[in-house]
Ligand binder design. Structure first.
Ligand code: ADP
Ligand code: ADP
Length: 227
């Protein structure tokens, strides 16, 4: 079943007199449960693509359809709710709030909505992520790998159908990188989520079901490696 699709997705950045065509007519279809690695040189448009897929920006033209909803037809308010509840984001530098504990960072999306946390589910993800004895620690008291696991927890708190990860291991040593990728793979399989991950690490890309290569704003290779 298709969970995500783009139609002629195009993004042009205009800065003063300068025009950068970051994405040109990109058409992708991603199935539910698929783990997709996005690779390509620096500046090729990978982050722009991920941001557009997750509702973090607006395209110049074209469409992004998530669970049969054309997300950029939504107004800002609805789009903000979509970003918080329907998709999860993981970034290279974790983007945690330093004055909140690990547990508070994980539950932040629900707190922002004034919603009660499902305690049982929270305990379950703290367990999966190996953070039970770290939940009252602040980010500065955690290793890089632990901080990234907190940000994975935050991305999972609403059980989104898709998780987007932008170089999630880019700041980690190889041991912590392996752990983070294993955890991500394990949790997305457990909850039947889709994972779209930008990575520079070819070993990590090879863990994916499918590798999409981008160059100069266009898909130059799209290869299914595991069914
Ligand atoms: P990648 O993630 O593959 O490194 P990006 O999507 O970040 O590539 O960038 C694609 C192109 O768009 C680059 O030429 C970059 O300089 C440009 N770009 C990205 N973000 C902006 C922005 N906010 N304003 C202007 N140009 C941008
Ligand atoms: P890793 O091998 O995952 O990078 P580190 O060597 O950074 O881990 O940290 C080892 C342990 O020390 C971790 O369990 C972490 O919780 C703890 N730790 C790291 N930095 C701090 C700190 N500033 N305050 C308290 N505990 C810390």
């Amino acid at each position: 079943m298709e969970v995500l699709k783009t139609i002629n997705l195009t993004k042009t950045y205009i800065t003063g007199e300068q025009k950068v065509e970051a994405l040109k007519d990109v058409n992708i279809s991603i199935k539910q449960g698929e783990f997709v690695a996005v690779v390509g040189p620096s500046g090729s448009g990978k982050s722009t693509l991920l941001h557009l897929l997750g509702g973090l920006d607006r395209p110049t033209s074209g469409n992004v359809i998530v669970d049969n909803t054309d997300i950029y037809r939504m107004n800002e308010h609805k789009l903000a709710i979509f970003r918080r509840r329907k998709v999860g984001f993981i970034f290279q530098f974790y983007n945690l709030i330093p004055v909140l504990t690990a547990e508070e960072n994980i539950t932040l999306p629900t707190m922002l909505d004034g919603k009660k946390v499902d305690k049982k589910y929270l305990e379950e993800i703290l367990g999966i992520l190996g953070l039970k004895d770290r939940k009252n620690h602040f980010p500065s008291q955690l290793s890089g790998g632990q901080q990234q696991r907190v940000s994975i927890g935050r991305s999972m708190i609403y059980k989104p159908s898709i998780i987007f990860a932008d170089e999630p291991t880019g700041n980690l040593d190889s041991k912590a990188s392996k752990e983070v990728v294993e955890l991500l793979k394990f949790s997305v399989r457990k909850y039947n989520q889709t994972l779209v991950m930008i990575t520079h690490d070819i070993n990590i890309a090879q863990e994916a079901d499918r590798i999409i290569r981008i160059d100069d704003g266009a898909i130059v290779k799209d290869e299914v490696i595991k069914q």
